[in-house]
Design a protein around this ligand. Sequence first.
Ligand SMILES: O=C(O)CCC(=O)C(=O)O
Ligand SMILES: [Fe+2]
Length: 317
Amino acid sequence: MSQLQISVELPVLDLSQPVHPSFLSTLSRACQEWGFFYVTNHGISQNMFDKVCALSKHMFSNPSDTKLKLGPLSCIKTYTPYFIASPYFESLRVSGPDFFASAKASADVLFAQQSSEFSEILKEYGIKMMELSKTIIKIILMSLGNGYERKFYDAEFINCHGYLRLVNYTPPEMVEENHVEGLGMHTDMSCITVVYQDEIGGLQMRSKDGQWMDICPCENSLVVNIGDLLQAWSNGRLRSSEHRVVLKRQVNRLSLAFFWCFEDEKVILAPEEVVGEGSLRIYKPFVCLDYLKFRESNEEGKFERIAYTVKDFAGIK
Ligand SMILES: O=C(O)CCC(=O)C(=O)O
Ligand SMILES: [Fe+2]
């Protein structure tokens, strides 16, 4: 991992302010160049993040054999154990729209003592993230064209759904030269992903020419990144961010990644106006679920390798 580190200032979308046209052009440039930006004054309190993190820590502290009851070989399949995405990564998925039911299905298996706190808090967090994702996508649409949020939100994004991944990274005993990949370079299979990372940091994004940049945990701000589905829907005007997580110190790291996605059966095809007159279409239309299956059928494509993306699946050569 010897790539040069560079530093770039990402825009901060402040939801307490009206969106200014000059901000929209900054946002659109960042989404095209990096596929990343921050959002602040998003209405979710630090207390809420602290609660979700404390519950996550407690949940991950269960013994492996208990967690594996939710693993890939179980019928629930909400838990991804170590050595699937990476030797240092484990995660639990909580799916909408009924975040309570999804969290409870996992909690019932994990916790001997029944308490609804885990499921209640994750439900509250999931609902807030759904609302926030809708607000963000409307602003991204505004950045693509005047009035596009009115023109396209209801027509294209109304059936989007979300799921949350609670992620725990446990670094190896020795962290040499402060660089161990906790999660290899990948793009997300979402429209957008809204990420809370704890104070440890370690999220990095890759520039178009292959340089890595730290996405620092920024107080009161969440990280938003563009996923493959929005890259295809926008005919490449929004870039699906290439990112990874590096573990720099010998401390556990927690993150909460919320994936907001098109419904499985949606046919993804960039509208004519979004493609723009005189521009060529660069993706064939495809069914969302077919792409997810394509990524999942390539074991390595799931998390690790940039080799399998929406370009490989639907790109017009
Ligand atoms: O842990 C993080 O900060 C990001 C996780 C991530 O990129 C993912 O789960 O897709
Ligand atoms: Fe990701």
